[in-house]
Design a binder for this molecule. Structure first.
Ligand SMILES: *Cc1c(COP(=O)(O)O)cnc(C)c1O
Length: 385
């Protein structure tokens, strides 16, 4: 009864973890969930108000524009200019997405022929690989190694793979490693893409979640990036709007147009009231973003110092709300954490083979809960070397 392509499709990582969590909760365990990257903070009130107002207006109850309301695309273009100094034509270089996951999941349909390669970061956001499989492309994983600061090494990709590669997925600030990329890396990426005719899809969901004064760039700031790529961005992490499902793809107009053609045949856009609220988010006061980062930074510091006091080897992220930590065995550590300490973390190997030997903590819980997690780990004898 099932299609063959389902055989190649792993159960979605977080759906699998959700099942284990549900079982533990049913057993009455008070779980501290540092697993999935979903902000615990609410969407700022002025954005919720804008939604409520727009939802009451029957003018917003119809099928939305496929590409996104022009006002939304204009707000995105203005935000990109203010934030990154990147100039975009809202009519041709911006496309509304039903969250960036939707964009990442559908982009290969527009560009990848069966058997062509897609290069994807490993560890990486799981959808890079599965969207490739849906398009019947072949996925070549680019290892993100600690010795390369968790950046891919383009010279290490076999020549025949590069020759047949059509598209690549990368994303910095990075989920799951929490690493950031220097502008030089984006310049090298543009050069690699131009030399080998590869479309770059940069996943920039975390550009606004950063610490210690670090300001993340857009891939589109790199010289020549607009010739070779698209950036997927989202309001999910920036404004705590994961449930709202709105994002944007920006970049090369021919790529945006081809991708838009796919989308018109799949979905019917984002609810206009959500787009209006997103306009409010992008054009309104931005202190809500700064406040959220201050909260995450305090949690990051609590978690990092707690884990270090237990002897663990952790990386201090300059951006994203993830802490990447070395362990002996990803699955064994994750199981011990949930079974003995009631703490949910994500096994690194769920993000790809090169995530083996790591786990990811999401700092989407309060400092008190994070401190409690550290206490529980201590009591359970969960220690590093
Ligand atoms: C959260 C996330 C996304 C998806 O976000 P949406 O809610 O679909 O906009 C995309 N990429 C990465 C790396 C993420 O962590």
């Amino acid at each position: 009864m099932y299609a063959k392509r389902l055989d190649n499709l792993p159960p979605y990582l977080f759906a699998r973890i959700d099942a284990i969590k549900a079982q533990k909760r049913a057993e009455g365990v008070d779980l501290i969930d540092l697993g999935v990257g979903d902000p615990d903070l609410p969407t700022p009130a002025h954005i919720v108000d804008a939604l409520c107002e727009a939802a009451r207006d029957p003018a917003n109850h119809h099928y939305p524009d496929y590409l996104g309301m022009l006002e939304y695309r204009e707000a995105v273009a203005k935000w990109y200019d203010t934030r990154f100094g990147v100039k975009l034509d809202p009519k041709t270089e911006v496309l509304a997405l039903i969250g960036s996951k939707e964009g990442i999941a559908n982009i290969p349909e527009a560009f990848v022929n069966p058997g062509e390669y897609v290069l994807a970061a490993d560890p990486g956001y799981p959808v890079y690989k599965t969207s490739t499989l849906f398009a019947e492309g072949k996925c070549h994983l680019m290892p993100l190694l600690e010795e390369n600061n968790f950046l891919p090494d383009y010279d290490a990709i076999p020549k025949e793979v590069v020759r047949d590669a059509k598209l690549m997925f990368i994303g910095y600030p990075n989920n799951p490693t929490g690493t950031v990329a220097p502008m030089k890396f984006f310049d090298e990426t543009v050069e690699f893409a131009k030399n080998n005719d590869i479309i770059v899809v940069h996943d920039n969901a975390y550009s606004e979640i950063s610490y210690d004064g670090y300001v993340a760039p857009s891939f589109l700031q790199a010289s020549g990036a607009m010739d070779v790529g698209i950036e997927c961005h989202s309001l999910s992490k920036t404004y705590n709007m994961t449930g709202w499902r709105i994002g944007m793809a920006c970049g090369n107009k021919d790529l945006i147009s081809a991708f838009g053609r796919v989308k018109t045949n799949i979905d019917s856009g984002v609810f206009d009231a959500v787009q209006k609220a997103a306009i409010t988010a992008l054009t309104g006061p931005q202190d809500c973003v700064k406040n959220a980062c201050a909260i995450y930074q305090e949690r990051r510091d609590a978690l990092v110092s707690g884990l270090r006091s237990l002897g663990f080897n952790v990386f201090v992220p300059k951006a994203t709300f993830y802490v990447w930590m070395k362990v002996d065995d990803s699955a064994a550590f994750t199981e011990k954490m949930i079974n003995e300490a009631g703490i949910v973390v994500t096994p690194g190997n769920g993000f790809g083979p090169n995530g083996e030997g790591y786990v990811r903590f999401a700092i989407t819980r309060t400092v008190d809960r994070i401190n409690e997690a550290i206490e529980r780990m201590k009591e359970c004898g969960l220690r590093g070397n």
